[in-house]
Design a binder for this molecule. Structure first.
Ligand SMILES: Cc1ncc(COP(=O)(O)O)c(C=O)c1O
Length: 401
């Protein structure tokens, strides 16, 4: 009989020839279990999605309760659905007054698309500024924000009017001008290998946007919901974006995204034309029920308070290793950089062999990603670090020459 992996390869669309190919059976807490009976410590969180680990009972119960009431009843915006209302109210209660509206969407890419449209409509300008080595999603608009020409040329022509600047480089800020509709930027650049803002960079971007009348948009899709040690990274770095995009951990493991802003800005989607951005599954009731349970759990269990001590522990375990040149981080999003490129794939594949899930970045060929669930227990984290150190030792011993 063909294995699940073989049936998968024959029938399911693939994204690359080098995927991890773990055949998942189930996942619980900070572990993923495969059909061959192996247990893996999850230090990826499905790329910053599973912040509460897997199968959190409160989230599962909320999903089950909602499933027994109703699933989809109508496209977003037409029916009032209690889980949408409850989550928006809870989220906005955690934010300053100017954030008084949450527009629901489905994926991170869709949130970026909606933010791009909103910037253009509200300012009546055309140009969007984004950073080199940023990743904002794979739809045509979001992809246009990616500066990697070698990659993007295969999908040309991309959405026009996008200008790129270098992240963390003050001298580029004067490229944001009175023609700029909006600047869309990650508060911590993730896929370039975790680069936090330096020297008050985000405050300078914010000030420049104010000066020229451009909207300041933060992509908090990866950084949101506690990942950096505050509920949102803009709080950590002391800025107030006009709009911020959320997704990933938002839905507690179910697909959900949104943009948070003021009612005034978001009303641009209501008139001239009405239905300015519509989405069938945005704010799906199951996802909103899961999001509500997940955020309640995050806020009521002092989870975010422990992010920085776990970050410090990971750094203390990995920084001094012979083949580690640097560990960059913002909370529990970390990049471990190895001294030579050739080590990288051996460390990552050995780690997976040893039962610990880590991953590559899109735009950094010397670093691997460590982003455990925020709830990871100390002993599980310690075991994960033991295995990672063993993977680094292995690569050092075997591939030094
Ligand atoms: C910072 C950031 N923005 C946007 C996206 C796109 O989100 P999605 O894959 O849900 O469309 C991602 C996905 O990795 C991301 O990391």
């Amino acid at each position: 009989m063909p294995s699940l992996r073989e049936i998968y390869k024959q029938n399911v669309g693939q994204t690359s020839e080098w995927s991890m190919m773990l055949a998942v059976d189930h996942a619980q807490d900070c572990y993923v279990y495969t059909v061959d009976g192996r247990q893996y410590i999850d230090l990826n969180s499905g790329i910053s999605v599973s912040s509460l680990g897997h199968s959190n009972p409160a989230v599962i119960k909320a999903i089950q309760d909602q499933a027994s009431k109703h699933l989809h009843t109508m496209v977003y915006g037409e029916h009032i659905q209690e889980p949408q209302v409850a989550f928006a109210k809870l989220l906005l209660s955690q934010l300053p007054e100017q954030y008084n509206s949450l527009y629901y969407l489905l994926t991170g890419s869709e949130a970026i698309e909606a933010a791009m449209k909103l910037c253009r409509k509200v300012t009546n300008r055309f140009e969007i500024v984004a950073c080199r080595n940023a990743y904002h999603g794979s739809t045509q608009g979001a992809e246009s924000l990616r500066s990697d020409h070698e990659y993007a040329m295969h999908f040309a022509p991309l959405v026009p009017g996008v200008k790129h600047i270098n992240y963390n480089i003050d001298a580029d800020l004067n490229r944001i001008t009175s023609h700029t509709a909006g600047v869309i930027i990650e508060p911590v650049q993730a896929e370039s290998g975790i680069n936090p803002p330096q020297n008050d960079y985000l405050r300078k971007v914010e000030a420049r946007c104010k000066e020229v009348g451009a909207l300041f948009v933060l992509d908090e899709i990866q950084t949101g919901f506690g990942r950096t040690g505050q509920l949102f990274a803009h709080q950590k770095y002391g800025v107030t974006p006009d709009i911020f995009c959320i997704g990933k951990a938002m839905g507690g493991g179910l697909p959900l995204s949104g943009i948070v802003s003021s009612q005034q800005l978001l009303s641009a989607f209501i008139k001239n034309p009405a239905l300015g951005h519509i989405t069938t599954f945005g704010g799906h009731p199951l996802s909103c029920a899961a999001a509500n349970a997940s955020l309640n759990y995050l806020l009521n269990n002092e989870i975010i308070d422990h992010v920085s001590s776990k970050e410090a522990y990971i750094k203390s375990r990995l920084s001094g290793h012979n083949i580690v040149s640097e560990v960059r981080s913002s909370g529990l999003m970390l990049a471990v950089e190895v001294t030579r490129k050739k080590y990288l794939k051996h460390v990552v594949s050995k780690a997976i062999d040893l039962g610990v899930l880590v991953d590559y970045f899109l735009f950094n060929d010397k670093s691997f990603r460590v982003a455990p669930p925020l709830v990871i227990e100390d002993d599980v984290l310690a075991e994960g670090m033991d295995r990672l150190v063993a993977a680094l030792d292995f690569a050092e011993a075997r591939y030094q020459k």
